[in-house]
Design a protein around this ligand. Structure first.
Ligand code: OGA
Ligand code: MN
Length: 219
């Protein structure tokens, strides 16, 4: 498998992304991620699934963490730079972090991300990635990894209006190359039940929220 030493996001697309985040709180970028990089990451997650080296995802952090099949059905692996593909992906997101900080002064200081695999039938009910005042996830990213996602494959991510969580504003097929970006505290979203194994990388740019001397824990 070969892909470029770096997988830069085209500057024009970065500008487009930033403008959309400001104007509407989210951005859907088709054909943005390098195809060979997506393929490598897709193989990685499928290999891990075969080796049973994925962890059932849960909801809530710290002591409140629990798995709930009725809320979310994916299995995950946190990125830790252990493969070249992971490093390329994280470096690409590092570039996005710099661009966001330079133009929006968001003070993003860290990025955490996991590979996620939704088996057939799995979904993730409508949720926000972060709650204002408590958590510190500011901008969410979701990169999709499945090549040739079929029209009737299900598994779309639905984005709802930030002030009206019942109003659907966009629907995104989990097609390799697509990168979605949105404001973590404001944009409700869900993953519809999928009809095929579905692979994505969900990630979050964090700001350090220091509350009462306690640094907010990651994850
Ligand atoms: C998440 C999430 C969306 C997706 O992991 O928080 O909303 O499309 N993922 O995988
Ligand atoms: Mn989410």
């Amino acid at each position: 498998m070969s892909y470029p030493d770096a997988c830069p996001l085209p500057p024009g697309r970065l500008d487009e992304l930033i403008e959309a985040l400001v104007e509407q709180g989210f951005y859907i970028g088709k054909e943005l991620l390098d195809p060979a990089l997506c393929q490598a990451l897709h193989s990685e997650i499928e290999d891990r699934a075969r080796l049973e080296a994925l962890t059932r995802a849960g909801i809530g952090r710290g002591n409140e963490h629990e798995t709930r099949d009725d809320i979310r059905g994916d299995a995950i692996h946190w990125l830790d730079r252990e493969t070249l593909a992971q490093r390329r992906y994280l470096d690409t997101m590092g570039e996005l972090q710099q661009a966001l900080n330079a133009s929006l002064f968001l003070g993003l200081f860290e990025y955490e991300a996991h590979l996620a695999r939704y088996p057939s039938g799995a979904f993730y009910r409508r949720h926000l990635d972060s709650f204002r005042g408590r958590a510190n996830r500011v901008v969410s990213t979701v990169g999709y990894l499945n090549p040739d996602w079929p029209e009737d494959g299900g598994g779309e991510m639905v984005i709802y209006a930030s002030g009206d969580q019942d109003r659907e504003v966009a629907r995104v097929a989990p097609q390799a190359g697509t990168l979605v970006c949105f404001l973590s505290e404001q944009v409700p979203h869900e993953v519809l039940p999928t009809r095929h194994p579905r692979a994505s990388i969900a990630g979050w740019f964090r700001r350090n929220a220091s509350l009462g001397g306690m640094i907010d824990p990651a994850r």
